[in-house]
Write a protein that binds this ligand. Structure first.
Ligand code: FAD
Length: 433
């Protein structure tokens, strides 16, 4: 591979595909390198796809992309060991052309996205791992080394979209090691059921979907959440917690998933489903303070490799697509202006991210990791208090309602004391600001 390219993109996930698509469409010569057998082969996601960032790149995606179901209903559940309280939002029966969220299967979706990148003119090579960054005497990134024989290739800029492990950036000294408190480990099973059974169990018509996000004692005192997403004829069922919590508790992720699946509120939804796939993957959850240097001489970083995940809202792929697009637009603009792709020029990428929801949202929740790290009672005491309160409130047993209110308030005070309750509300308020 002796050819020189305008840009090399490492990784064919949503960040890499967005970057490669924009640059190839602008007429730049683009080489995209993916280590998987095909794009999506190595990728794990729940997965909810957000229409907005994809629509900006491929407005007609709804007619072409392999979408499973439009997300019609969102359920948020707080579970204790055998009950739950929750909220549900069901949107009007939107038609697919208007839906803003869809469930997808990443292996299928990434291959479709990659076909668009190829159509735009990029050269996409799979089953090739980028092993290192090439640098000149001044330290400027000039290309990549791969695991292929004769595998060095040069470019004016390298877009690092290699996902959460971000090994290349670490190896090249462009970023520090992730702390266990900045990354979650999630496990997921794909469980097959007929389309009709899913429709009946979740109260859906064909093409409509439900997503359930669950928190509470299901994570055994660790900071994390579980989920169930409806696909056309399968369910994505998973759970994830912070790596630092897994290390401390020594609880195994698979044990958590099994327990989650056996919860009395969950088990009937999964009954009879056949497990055909099992996957585990990390999720960057360090928010704003864990974001590494985003650009330098001859390189930019996008997506999970840049720590762009908002786990509170389960958003990652949208941040990946947006950051990939913005990185590419920065490169295209610099090239058009005849500027060298130095740190000074590529700084505009950081500015574009700051002006977008990506850095704005990650900054908004920057206190969240510390809140969850030091306040595990949000995952233990509160789910129990809430389900107990619901049980007291809804039980018709001749107790006057005023007495019920006093009982509920009493159990909250007994468990957290007044000072603890006020402190928790203040902490939550501050983390949410
Ligand atoms: P990735 O999708 O990880 O892609 C990186 C690519 O780079 C991979 O294809 C990999 O094989 C390749 N690669 C890595 N190293 C090299 C190398 N050295 N050489 C060549 N190729 C390399 N987000 C949502 O928006 N909605 C959800 O519902 C959701 N659910 C999730 C559920 C789970 C269980 C997990 C783990 C994540 C979830 N996310 C979700 C987050 C989302 O998956 C990520 O934010 C998104 O995939 C990031 O895209 P990316 O392109 O940055 O990285």
């Amino acid at each position: 591979m002796s050819e020189h390219f305008d840009a090399i993109v490492v990784g064919a996930g949503p960040a890499g595909n967005s970057a490669a698509l924009v640059m190839a469409r602008a007429g730049l010569s683009v080489l995209q390198i993916e280590r998987g057998e095909y794009p999506g082969a190595k990728n794990v996601q729940g997965a909810i796809l957000y229409a907005d960032p994809l629509e900006k790149l491929i407005p007609e995606f709804r007619e072409e992309a392999p979408l499973e179901r439009q997300v019609l209903e969102q359920r948020l559940w707080m579970l204790d060991d055998d009950a739950y309280v929750g909220t549900h939002y069901r949107a009007p029966d939107a038609n697919v052309a208007k839906a803003s969220r869809y469930t997808i299967i990443r292996a299928k979706f990434d291959q479709w996205f990659s076909s668009k990148v190829r159509e735009a003119g990029a050269l996409v090579i799979c089953e090739t791992t980028v092993t290192d960054l090439l640098r000149d005497a001044e330290g400027r990134v000039t290309g990549v080394a791969t695991d292929r024989a004769d595998g060095e290739v040069t470019a004016d800029v390298v877009v690092l979209a290699d996902g959460v492990n971000a090994l290349l950036g670490r190896r090249a000294g462009l970023r520090r090691e992730l702390k266990p408190s900045e990354v979650a480990l999630a496990v997921k099973e794909t469980m097959f059921l007929s389309e009709d059974t899913i429709n009946q169990r979740f109260n859906l018509k064909n093409g409509q979907g439900v997503v359930i996000e669950a928190a509470g004692t299901i994570t055994a005192g660790m900071a994390g959440t579980g989920f169930i997403y409806t696909n056309e004829d399968s369910l994505s069922v998973g759970i994830g917690c912070m790596v630092s919590d897994f290390a401390e508790s020594r609880v195994r992720p698979h044990f958590l998933l099994e327990r989650f699946k056996q919860h009395p509120a969950i088990a009937p939804l999964l009954a009879g489903a056949e497990i055909r796939e099992y996957a585990a993957h990390m999720i960057p959850e360090g928010y704003y303070d864990a974001i590494p240097q985003l650009y330098g001489d001859g390189w930019v970083v996008a997506g999970d490799a840049a720590q762009f995940v908002n786990s509170i809202h389960r958003e990652g792929s949208n941040m990946a697509m947006t950051s990939g697009r913005l990185a590419a637009e920065t490169v295209v603009a610099a090239k058009a202006a005849g500027k060298p792709l130095t740190a000074k020029t590529l700084k505009a990428y950081r500015k574009a991210l700051e002006d977008s929801f990506v850095l704005s949202d990650l900054k908004k929740y920057r206190r969240l990791p510390r809140l969850l790290e030091g306040n595990k009672h949000f995952f233990t005491d509160y789910p129990k208090l809430l389900t107990r309160a619901a049980d007291t409130w809804f039980r018709v047993d001749g107790t006057p309602k005023r007495q019920k209110e006093r009982e509920i308030a009493g159990t909250f005070r007994e468990t957290r004391r007044l000072r603890g309750l006020v402190g928790d509300m203040l902490k939550l308020g501050r983390a949410w600001r």
